[in-house]
Design a protein around this ligand. Structure first.
Ligand SMILES: [Zn+2]
Length: 101
């Protein structure tokens, strides 16, 4: 059972025009179809924008990797740096205690 969107009365599905208030149901369903089409358009436009942004991010990632600042390539450098710094700290601590005694 359908309901008239204008007056809310129950309608048989064969009616194109509401017999109670005269509201045109065929035009109403066309409006809904148009709304759905518009929403689909907006969604596809948003998808396009998202794809463009993804492409930009990919380009930036490739650029940063080619410069040697990529996250995957920079972590061994940091580990080596902290190892050397740690050795120097331990060395100076040992020297300090040896010289004090
Ligand atoms: Zn009606």
């Amino acid at each position: 059972m359908n309901y008239c969107p204008e007056c809310g009365s129950e309608l048989m599905e064969i009616f194109n025009i509401c017999p109670y208030c005269g509201f045109s149901l065929s035009q109403f369903s066309k409006k809904i179809e148009k709304n759905i089409e518009n929403k689909a358009d907006v969604l596809s436009q948003k998808n396009k924008k998202i794809q463009e942004l993804e492409a930009k991010i990919n380009k930036l990632e490739k650029k940063s990797q080619s410069l040697g600042f990529g996250a995957a390539e920079s972590w061994p450098f940091f580990i080596v740096f902290f190892f050397i710094a740690g050795f120097f700290l331990i060395f100076f601590f040992i020297m300090f205690f040896i010289l004090r005694h």
